[in-house]
Structures are given as structure tokens and as C-alpha cells.
Ligand binder design. Sequence first.
Ligand code: KG4
Ligand code: ZN
Length: 354
Amino acid sequence: MQRESVISGISRPAGPARLAGPVLGIETSCDETAAALLAPDGRILAEALHSQLADHAPYGGVVPEIAAREHLLRLPGLIARVMEQAGLDVSALGGVAATAGPGLIGGLVVGSSLAKGIAIARGLPFVAVNHLEAHALTVTLTHPGTAFPYLLLLLSGGHCQCVAVEGLGRYRRLGSTLDDAVGEAFDKSAKLMGLPWPGGPHLERLAAEGDPAAVPLPRPLLGRPGCDFSFSGLKTAVAQALARGARPADVAAGFQAAVAEVLADRARHALALLPGARALVVAGGVAANAALRAALSAVAAAHGLPLLAPPPRLCTDNAVMVAWAGVLRLAAGCRDGLDHAPRPRWPLEELSPF
Ligand code: KG4
Ligand code: ZN
């Protein structure tokens, strides 16, 4: 039965299933190559990650071709390392889960092909994980007992969305960016300030030396209905302020304050659309920013909700979250066919509920 669903067909929920062993998770959708092993109860048995930051830094952004080649080079070694760390043989696995989208197609092909190869060789179930779902569910691993529904703000270099997480496979996007992702806005603004890429953390440090009120900057979409975001106008205003000779530290502080205000406003709107929310959850690399967290924490508190954030290493791209999504999907009886094609675009709403 299981074998049949592995060979053909996509995402077939066949009812709850007992997981026969740990799940190997693989992440290759952008510029982190990662592998992790999770026990069926969510215990992290081993994790390994190779950041390609240094390979892309000279270009000021991720170069897809370089990323795909690096994944190909690094992934087999990382998988061997996690198996060794956990003292396990591949034959002990209960399944293999790999990010199959959204992301850069070269990397997705490398990761999911290797995962399928292991699945074929060992007759294991394969799960094609949606990267956004993996981010969305991480909090249920790091904060056990987190109940649905919760509001997720996914804030990274590639994604910027407000999502109602209502259950496994049940997501409603309440808003997303109309132009740049918030991390992208941080990185582009930081570049204008002469800071190295990726500039988010550097901009945060520079902002600490500035006066957020010294340079007035716009608050795009503030107070407008809905939960969409827009950051490109803010970035243009940053460029203009710097061209006028404003102090970079003041511009950084003003930029961060503007983003914090906008995110808080959008979160408030989103919570109004999800009255049963049990928590406000942040994920993505930008969630590491203390000023933004403080602003979102105040919004959560005003609604009597906790602000939950996975630790930074599980907030940014990693394979633990992919393995966890795999554990949850396999336990729910989901298997993907080996004909599942990786998808550069794969909106969360296209997933099926269980
Ligand atoms: O989730 P992530 O690691 O992956 C991608 O989106 O690829 O997010 C990276 C993004 C970058 O844009 C980086 O500048 C931003 O997160 N970031 C920050 C901070 N730390 C990382 N942005 C603002 N403040 C920070 N402290
Ligand atoms: Zn991500």
C-alpha cells in the first residue's frame, strides 16, 4: 500500500500512520544546505548546516547557479554527518522529507532528488515539504502545546506574509508584501548605508547609535485596511535621505522604527481577522531583530496573547523544520510520489488540509 503511494500520485493523506523510525529532513531552497534527523516524537537527534553566505557575499545577493552547485557539493557530506552523529544507518529511517518549494529551482532539484534516491534505495516514504509550511509549523516543535489557530508573521529575506495557521495543511494568507520582502528592504537599505550583505543585523547595530526621530521616513500602508506590506517606497526614502546628507545611523534608526510601526499595524489588522488566535508567532531571519520583536510583543500583549518565536537557528532556514513537517505529514498518513516536481512557486494555500 505504502509502496504504491510512493511510486505515483502526490500528497495522498491515507489516515494516521505509525512512523517506523526517525525522519531525515533536507533543506536546499536558498543558500543554506542543511540536513537533520528527528525522532517521531520530535526529539532532534542530529542537525548539520552549511551556510553559503561567503560564496554569495561578493555578489551582494544569492546567485542561483552557485547555490545549486554548492548544494550538490555539500549535501551528501551533511547527510552522512547527521547519520553518524545519531549513530544510525539509513535502513533505520522512517521516512525522508525534502523541501520541494518554493525556492530556487536548482537547489530544490538537488535536495529533492537526493531525498528520492534514498527513498527508492531503501523503500522509504518520501515527503515533498513546502518550505513555508515548515517555517509555519516550527513553533509547534519549539513550543509544544501551541494550539491552532495562531497568527504567523513570516519575515525573511525572501518572504513577507501574514498567515492564519489553522491546522496541518490549513493556511490562509491574510496579507503579503506588494513589492520587497522585509529582509530585502533591510538588506537594500543597509547597502545604501555602505554596510556589508546581508545587511539586516548590521543595520540593527547601526540603528542603536542613531535617533529614530531625526529623519522623518514614510510608513507605507500604515492604517490602511488589510494586512499587506510595502517596503520599496521606504527604501527610496532612505536613499533620498542619505543623498541629502543625513547621518546613516539616524537613517538606520528611522528605517527600523518605520518598519516596526508598520509591522505592528499589519499584525493588529491580521489579529482582527483571526479573532480566535491563540498566539502571535514570528519566524524568518528578520525575527531576530530586537526592536521589531519589542513592537510585536506589545501588539500580542494588547490582545492578551503570547509572542512566540523559535530560537534564531530554527527561525532562519534549517533542516530541522523540514524534518518536523515531514514527521507531522508522515504521521498523518501523507506520502508524496517520486514524480512530485519541485516548485519554484508554491503558495501555502495550495496545500490540502488533513
Ligand atoms: O530567514 P532568512 O535566514 O533567510 C532568507 O530569507 O534567505 O532571513 C535572512 C534575512 C536577511 O534579509 C537578513 O538581513 C535578515 O533576515 N536579518 C535581519 C536581522 N538578522 C537577519 N534583519 C533585521 N534585523 C536583524 N537583526
Ligand atoms: Zn525560509
